[in-house]
Design a protein around this ligand. Structure first.
Ligand code: GLA
Length: 517
């Protein structure tokens, strides 16, 4: 009898374990951490609630929570679906798998033909059926942090930078999440050897994906691809260049790396200690916490932090032109503000963005610029005529000229476009006027920009699919007679153009002129 009572509890425990294995319960939070090569990870959370054989809850990637539309469990096998939206199109993702002793074995099945690239840590591949093992975690791990009330508004002092539109290079358009220390050094070398630096391209800017996690004191660290930021900024400075960094006001950046949320002062001080000269500050996951109407206050917080850092750091606002940023950009000491969503390396994207900037002209001024996004020149998706249009239009707009190609391997055609000093001079004109559309006829447009010395820049654009004759009469554009007319792409003076000029402009091409009284 004594012996039996000793054995019984053990049987009881075994029995209970056997029952719980049969009746799998998926209720709780599960996380799958996909490790990236840079030492960071891209986490997916499954926050599940099981009720009988029904499954509900959310799937969370970055800070985006998506509700499970329908879910079921049969034995230890489960299946659920969530609706996502990509480029305005709704798509249903299916997740299915089994509960095993080491966690949830989940297979993600995208709908057929779903495009897109994962660009976060561990991303970079195409979405396809993806298999993962998610392990149980605490219920609040990874949830968006509590809202920190934004500060009361005040004007931040102008930092004295960007008297003409910023010029330089940025890693995103070409390298995306693949940028590293060696590539930045290589680009800095090439900025000098190709003549980019001498032409005015001064800033070498690291975009998203340099970040590691925060240390125990909350200081931001770098990931494996950037082993020593101070050494890197020293190197870039030794070439006579300046260097830029990237963050955002949310907990995570657009690519899912650590953002500056709640660490604004600490980060600004760190950038200053590292020796950075430029900060691009990207809204992204701040939308999980703040409304668009909070943007000014949220950007002001970093504007203040940069000012207090004691180092002159150019402040580049990136919030895609929302909340009429041009109204308040200068008040947060913003030197430039994005006016649109992301540019892509194709004619449609570039021309739609570029030609839609006309109404913003009055907001551009020395120290504070509209930013229709970075250049794609040399990235391969457009023709030489299209890239000449891109370069000319951005210069007419007094936009930041941030090359987005691989400077280490530019061909002559790309060089001839990015290094066209006569066109760059329009962008960098010290009067700081943004050009405007003076005439439009079908798919042709004439844009005009007044320059500091009284000259006028004229760009004759053909947005159509076949060559077009474009005729400009100076009297219509505010000048009676021209003493000198210079073709800025042919690098030649034009004779017989005292009262006007006609040209056949190739499809998607441009003729750019500078006329002097
Ligand atoms: C946003 C910005 C881009 C780039 C990426 C990086 O999409 O608009 O310019 O900085 O984030 O993740």
């Amino acid at each position: 009898m004594k012996r039996l009572t000793r054995v019984f509890p053990v049987f009881g425990l075994t029995f209970a374990l056997a029952i719980s294995a049969l009746a799998a319960d998926l209720t709780g939070s599960w996380v799958f951490r996909r490790p990236g090569p840079d030492g960071t990870s891209n986490d997916t959370y499954f926050r599940l609630k099981q009720n009988g054989n029904e499954l509900s809850g959310d799937v969370q990637q970055r800070l985006n929570l998506r509700k499970i539309d329908s879910g079921s469990i049969d034995g230890n096998h489960f299946r659920f679906q969530v609706t996502t939206s990509f480029g305005g199109q709704s798509r249903v993702m299916t997740y299915e798998g089994t509960l095993e002793s080491d966690g949830l074995h989940v297979k993600m099945i995208p709908p057929p033909g779903m495009p897109g690239r994962g660009r976060g840590p561990g991303g970079g591949g195409r979405f396809g059926p993806t298999e993962m093992v998610a392990v149980k975690t605490s219920d609040n791990e990874g949830l968006p942090p509590a809202r920190i009330p934004p500060p009361a508004l005040h004007d931040v002092k102008y930092n004295g930078l960007a008297k003409t539109p910023p010029m330089g290079w940025n890693s995103w358009n070409h390298f995306h999440g693949q940028i590293d220390d060696a590539a930045v050094r290589g680009v800095a070398d090439a900025m000098v050897s190709t003549g980019m630096k001498d032409a005015g391209y001064i800033y070498v800017n690291i975009d998203d994906t340099w970040q590691g996690k925060r240390d125990a004191s909350g200081n931001i660290t770098t990931n494996h691809r950037f082993p020593d930021m101070k050494a890197l900024t020293d190197y870039v400075h030794s070439k006579g260049l300046r260097i830029g960094i990237y963050s955002g006001p949310g907990p995570l950046t657009c690519a899912g790396y650590e953002g500056s949320y709640g660490h604004e002062e600490q980060d600004a001080n760190q950038y200053a200690r590292w020796g950075f000269d430029y900060l691009k500050y990207d809204w992204c996951s701040a939308s999980a916490i703040y409304q668009d109407s909070d943007m000014q206050a949220v950007y002001q917080k970093m504007g203040d932090a940069l000012e207090h850092s004691g180092r002159p750091i150019l402040f580049s606002l990136c919030q895609y032109g929302r909340d009429n940023v041009w109204d308040w950009g200068p008040k947060v000491s913003g030197n430039s503000w994005r006016t649109t969503g992301d540019i892509q390396d194709n004619w449609r994207s570039m021309s739609t963005i570029g030609f839609s900037q006309n109404d913003l002209a009055k907001w551009a001024a020395p120290g504070h610029w509209n930013d229709p996004d970075m250049l794609e020149v040399g990235n391969g998706g457009m023709t030489a005529d299209e890239y000449r249009t891109h370069m000319t239009l951005w210069s007419m707009l007094a936009a930041p000229l941030l090359a987005g190609n691989d400077i280490r391997s530019m061909n002559d055609e790309t060089k001839s476009i990015l290094l066209n000093r006569e066109v760059i001079a329009l962008d960098q004109d010290r009067a700081g006027h943004q050009g405007h559309r003076a005439a439009q006829n079908g798919e042709t447009e004439i844009w005009v920009k007044d320059l500091a010395n009284g000259d006028i820049a004229i760009a004759m654009f053909n947005r159509g699919d076949s060559p077009a004759d474009i005729k400009a009469a100076w009297a219509d554009l505010g000048m009676k007679r021209a003493k000198k007319v210079r073709d800025l792409w042919a690098h030649k003076d034009i004779a017989d153009a005292a009262t006007g000029y006609s040209a056949t402009v190739p499809s998607h091409g441009v003729v750019a002129l500078r006329i002097s009284k």
